[in-house]
Design a protein around this ligand. Structure first.
Ligand code: FES
Ligand SMILES: [Fe+2]
Length: 326
């Protein structure tokens, strides 16, 4: 399970995306996951596969903090415990549970752990903990492997080519001058600084392990940060969560403007990234690289060392004990 993306915390959306009384289905690293709010109002997640006959629990309904399978009506709480088996009042429900996954609501964001036993808590960027910043978000889906999408987010030399009318405008005319990039390792991942012709760029970006980028634009005296979280859905598809944090123009009436801006920048990249071959980043020397590829090559090393080949095994189900059970 969660192959090549195992045992990590990932942002999957805004905490407000999980609405009481409604299941929210997602695909994460090849697995189906369903979120809902439990009886205490806490966001929870189960593998979206009923332990009875494997159908998607997300097609069922949520009532009183429990999710009901649409097929035969088995009900599960937020911990995956089986709370009801219709027609079988004698069923011993201990071994009839669903698999629960760790979820956190931190910094207004919804986090999922791609495994069963997290040893660490999610590392939340300070941006999302500031009280005077407002955050708006949206999702887009690209037909590309998440590693290609993540690399694009860490790549500065493409800015004046792909984003010449948006965030690449200030980098200067494309081509012909010198860019220097510094990849500074940090406990959360890395900070990437750039210089153009020796002059430090006013903006920098952060890579947050495993799959997030935050671009610090911060105009003088203001806060403006764009985040992109690259969530693998499967080998061919990435769901991008795009977040904008700002401490000015704070009215929610202006959210559509900031969403539009973020969507426009992402669209400038999409077709180009989707055209990459091979679909998954090659890990040997198959691609020609230069000095300014240092951040993407650093990401490749991290991917190879920490994620590639990783997998999760679901906890064993206890054996049935009651005479009426099968
Ligand atoms: S498949 Fe879910 S209750 Fe039967
Ligand atoms: Fe880009």
């Amino acid at each position: 399970m969660f192959e090549n993306f195992a045992n990590v915390w990932t942002i999957v959306g805004l905490a407000s995306d999980v609405i009481a009384g409604k299941p929210l289905a997602m695909r994460v690293a090849g697995e189906r996951v369903v979120f809902f709010r439990d009886g205490a109002g806490k966001a929870v997640a189960l593998m979206d596969q009923c332990p009875h006959r494997g159908v998607a629990l997300s097609l069922g309904r949520v009532s009183h903090g429990e999710i009901e399978c649409p097929f035969h009506g088995w009900r599960f709480d937020g911990a995956g415990r089986n709370c009801h088996v219709p027609w079988n009042p004698d069923a011993k429900t201990d071994h009839l549970g669903a698999h629960a996954l760790p979820v956190r609501e931190a910094g207004g964001l919804l986090w999922l752990f791609t495994g069963f036993e997290p040893t660490l808590e999610p590392s939340v960027s300070d941006t999302f903990l500031l009280r005077n910043a407002v955050v708006c978000g949206q999702c887009v889906t690209w037909r590309a492997h998440w590693t290609r999408v993540m690399e694009n987010m860490l790549d500065m030399p493409h800015l004046p080519f792909v984003h010449r009318k948006t965030i690449g405008k200030q980098v200067g005319p494309a081509g012909g001058r010198r860019m220097d990039l510094a990849w500074e390792e940090q406990p959360f991942g890395a900070r990437v600084w750039g210089k153009v012709d020796g002059a430090p760029r006013p903006s920098h970006l952060e890579y947050r392990y495993p799959n997030a980028m935050e671009l610090f634009i911060d105009p003088p005296g203001k806060l403006l940060r764009l985040s992109a979280i690259c969530i693998p859905e499967d080998e061919a598809t990435t769901r991008l969560v795009l977040l904008t944090a700002r401490n000015f123009a704070r009215s929610s009436l202006l959210d559509p403007v900031f969403r539009w801006m973020n969507r426009r920048i992402a669209r400038e990249d999409q077709q180009i990234v989707e055209s990459s071959l091979p679909a998954v980043i090659p890990l040997g020397g198959q691609e020609a690289s230069v000095r300014t590829d240092a951040p993407t090559l650093a990401f490749r090393r991290i991917y190879r060392q920490k994620l590639l080949g990783g997998t999760v095994v679901a906890p064993a189900r206890s054996e049935p004990t009651g005479s009426g059970d099968v």
